[in-house]
Design a protein around this ligand. Structure first.
Ligand SMILES: Nc1ncnc2c1ncn2[C@@H]1O[C@H](COP(=O)(O)OP(=O)(O)OP(=O)(O)O)[C@@H](O)[C@H]1O
Ligand SMILES: [Mg+2]
Length: 249
């Protein structure tokens, strides 16, 4: 299955409710190997919920989420650990562990999922921190760094296992324009040079134009449209015109 056109990630008729609130209402989409799907949509529409399903942190009420043809909800133990090693997840809030230093936060996935020696783990973590342009922060605690730095440390942690599939939840949030551009370039490089498959939840037009092959606009638990970025941003769909017209970017 390496012909470059195979589906890596597939949502099939996924329904998810929290109490009486229906969030995903028969959501179906797929992402092919090496492609990047951007998900856009109003706040609270379920974008982060989609990513949590993709990595098995949440399970559908009905329908399936498949990674390389395997139902994520059915994976247990070793298989789930293997999936987590092959997938990186940049949490929307960074989700750094407060009582661990920046460096230890980045090391965590390797400590939990591999038997690599300490020195090797540290070396890899330092490389990833340099990649996201965080320097001299190894010993700092999360409370001592800025929001934008937390986001980038979260990204370094998501990249530490060299994942083949990466889920980015608002990678630009809290970053200044210069750093945003460098992070978008990094996301693009991972895709172009290493063939990473990705979902990017993001509102910033620059980011989407730099990294995405397609944009899925999610509303009321279903895709409203799924289009290549050029067509998406040129669309006259009244709902998109309304949504994009109010975007500060
Ligand atoms: N664990 C949970 N328990 C109950 N409700 C939840 C849970 N997770 C998400 N929700 C609800 O599901 C809806 C979708 O949440 P989600 O975080 O996916 O939105 P979002 O599209 O990512 O929004 P934003 O752009 O603000 O990040 C929200 O109404 C949220 O309150
Ligand atoms: Mg969200």
């Amino acid at each position: 299955m390496t012909n470059g056109d195979d589906v890596i990630l597939r949502f099939r008729d996924v329904h998810k409710s929290f109490g009486t609130q229906k969030v995903l209402d028969g959501l179906s989409f797929e992402v092919k190997r090496g492609r990047t799907l951007a998900i856009m949509g109003p706040s609270g529409t379920g974008k982060s919920v989609v990513l949590r399903h993709a990595i098995g942190l949440m399970q559908p009420d009905s329908g399936t989420v498949e990674v390389e043809g395997r139902d994520v909800a059915k994976l247990r133990g070793k298989e789930l650990a293997e999936l987590r090693r092959r997938m990186g997840y940049l949490f929307q809030e960074g989700a750094l562990i407060n009582w661990l230093s920046v460096g230890e936060n980045v090391c965590l996935p390797l400590r939990e999922n591999t038997n690599l020696p300490d020195a090797e783990i540290r070396k890899r973590a330092e490389e990833k921190l340099a990649l996201v342009r965080v320097e001299n922060a190894w010993d700092k605690m999360p409370s001592q760094i800025s929001g934008g730095m937390k986001k980038r440390v979260g990204l370094a942690r998501a990249l530490i296992t060299d994942p083949e599939i990466i889920l980015y939840d608002e990678p630009n949030a809290g970053l200044d324009p210069e750093i945003s551009a460098s992070i978008n370039e990094l996301i693009r490089e991972l895709k172009v040079r290493l063939g990473v498959t990705a979902i990017v939840v993001e509102h910033r037009v620059n980011c989407i134009k730099t990294v995405a092959d397609e944009v899925l606009f999610l509303e009321k638990g279903r895709p409203l449209v799924q289009l290549p970025p050029k067509e998406f941003f040129a669309s006259r769909h009244p709902r998109l015109v309304q949504f994009l017209g109010t975007d500060p970017d």
